[in-house]
Write a protein that binds this ligand. Structure first.
Ligand SMILES: Cc1cc2nc3c(=O)[nH]c(=O)nc-3n(C[C@H](O)[C@H](O)[C@H](O)COP(=O)(O)OP(=O)(O)OC[C@H]3O[C@@H](n4cnc5c(N)ncnc54)[C@H](O)[C@@H]3O)c2cc1C
Length: 446
């Protein structure tokens, strides 16, 4: 994001005590996503400060989209008309200590929520690689971290309050409305405005993070489950050169204060001797602390610190979810394309995600592994590469990440989501006139 743009957005957030004035961006000060690869189709951004204002806005507008923290790389959040952001809607953070839940305004960033939870002695089950994203935006796209037994972030949702296209508040909970709830959590921004989200929490915990260097890809053939199960959350990084994972990040829970020792040899990989960035050439200053130094969950589970620009900044991302038992074959299929991939790549990451029951989650009823690509910001080149990767991954029923770049056809997506017809119906019930639909939803869902 350009500095000027950032300053304008921040001041809108700070001073916007009323809905509207609509922030109408000037021609040279366009509203873009985080990576800057996408200029949104309108720059009209509304920041309501009360639920009443949100309801009034819905009633007064025929077509608009909700914006979270703008971290999606594709057009899922785009609108040709207007945007509504909840970044100004502060509804506080309510912790229910008896039921182990926290209720927040849906626009809050995980980083802010995590700080508050930690101060109160609580934790979330997992975080994505960066803490800067909004809870509503992350849950809408099934954003995930890693861990064989960790579901994506939306699996922590216990209840939601959504304002539908008529301006009515719908309260959904896992306990009371299981069927609709499972359809609504990963909602792709199609059902309405998620105002509040209640998340399951647990007592706070400490984590140590250790990095190993140079794990031979072939080790995954016989040891994938052991390697990915070596910690609470494990990530493998590769640039697809030399059939090698340059880095293995292992995040382990420290139970009852007992520190853990780490092996000097991890399937042939060796412990790093200093903190590393996933892209070895970049300074590790932005990265969460490694070298086994214990720290609170929210300062170890993401790869990037809250106060810093995550990852490389000027980048593109794609990611595909594979049934976990097929992942070695899928990785081998991608590896065959390494000569084409590596020149355009910053880094790739392999993670695991537990199965869930959320209709539009790429991990619906499927223990999954995800193959992620952080690309250099060269869309013409990446656009040519993605169909090759998708073709190689087709035999493994690869499902694309909803918030990242893909070229898989709508017909193929339909065949990959058995609950898609039910989701379409749910969307029609919440939004009969297509108020929240955009070109992305029309193309991929309808
Ligand atoms: C550097 C970087 C690292 C990333 N790392 C990861 C990672 O580790 N794991 C992973 O899975 N993904 C990752 N992502 C992708 C990112 O988590 C998702 O794109 C996520 O959806 C971004 O959330 P957001 O708040 O920015 O959403 P936005 O891009 O603003 O919006 C996403 C969708 O949510 C909808 N939405 C937003 N707010 C609301 C609301 N209140 N009510 C209803 N709908 C709403 C929007 O309409 C849109 O459809 C990464 C992205 C970046 C840029």
């Amino acid at each position: 994001m350009k500095k000027r743009t950032f300053i304008k957005l921040s001041s809108a957030v700070i001073t916007g005590s009323m809905i509207s004035p609509v922030i109408d961006w000037t021609q040279d000060d366009k509203l873009t996503n985080w990576a800057g690869n996408l200029i949104y189709s309108t720059n009209k951004l509304n920041n309501p400060t009360s639920i009443e204002q949100v309801k009034n806005f819905i009633k007064a507008h025929n077509k608009f989209k909700m914006l979270g923290t703008r971290h999606c790389f594709n057009t899922i959040a785009d609108s040709k008309n207007e945007f509504l952001s909840l970044s100004n809607l502060d509804l506080g953070i309510t912790i229910d200590r008896d039921n182990l839940t926290v209720t927040v305004a849906a626009g809050i960033r995980y980083g802010q929520l995590a700080e508050d939870l930690y101060k109160n002695g609580f934790a979330l089950h997992n975080l994505a690689s960066l803490p800067h994203i909004s809870v509503a935006g992350a849950c809408a796209t099934a954003t995930h971290g890693s861990g064989n037994k960790n579901g994506n972030l939306s699996t922590a949702v216990a209840a939601m309050e959504i304002i539908n296209a008529s301006g009515d508040l719908v309260v959904l909970s896992r306990k009371k409305d299981p069927e609709q709830f499972y359809g609504a959590v990963v909602n792709l921004g199609a059902l309405g405005i998620v105002i509040k989200i209640t998340l399951h929490i647990q007592p706070t915990f400490m984590v140590r993070q250790d990095v190993y260097e140079n794990l031979a890809m072939q080790q995954l053939e016989s040891h994938f489950d052991q390697i990915m199960g070596a910690g609470y959350s494990v990530s493998l990084f590769t640039d697809w050169q030399n059939k090698n994972f340059s880095e293995v990040w292992i995040k382990q829970k420290i139970i009852n204060g007992v520190d853990l020792t780490i092996a000097n040899d991890f399937y042939g990989a060796k412990p790093a001797t200093k903190n590393l960035h996933p892209i070895a050439e970049i300074s590790a200053e932005n990265c969460t602390v490694q070298m086994g130094v214990p720290g609170p969950w929210h300062e170890r589970l993401p790869h990037f610190k809250m106060g810093f620009t995550p990852s490389s900044g000027k980048e593109l991302q794609s990611e595909y979810f594979i049934p976990r038992d097929l992942v070695y074959k899928a990785i081998s299929a991608v590896e065959k394309l390494h000569e084409k991939i590596t020149p355009h790549l910053l880094i790739s990451e392999i993670r695991t995600i537990d199965a869930d029951n959320l209709w539009m989650s790429p991990c619906y009823k499927q223990q999954s592994a995800a193959i992620h690509f952080t690309w250099k910001q060269d869309w013409p080149a990446v656009k040519k590469l993605l169909p090759l990767i998708e073709e190689a991954l087709e035999p493994f029923n690869a499902r694309p990440h909803w918030g990242k770049l893909f070229t898989i056809s709508a017909a193929r997506i339909k065949s990959l989501y058995e609950k898609l017809p039910d989701f379409q119906q749910l969307v029609k019930d919440y939004d009969p006139t297509g108020k929240f639909r955009n070109e992305f939803l029309e193309r991929n869902i309808f």
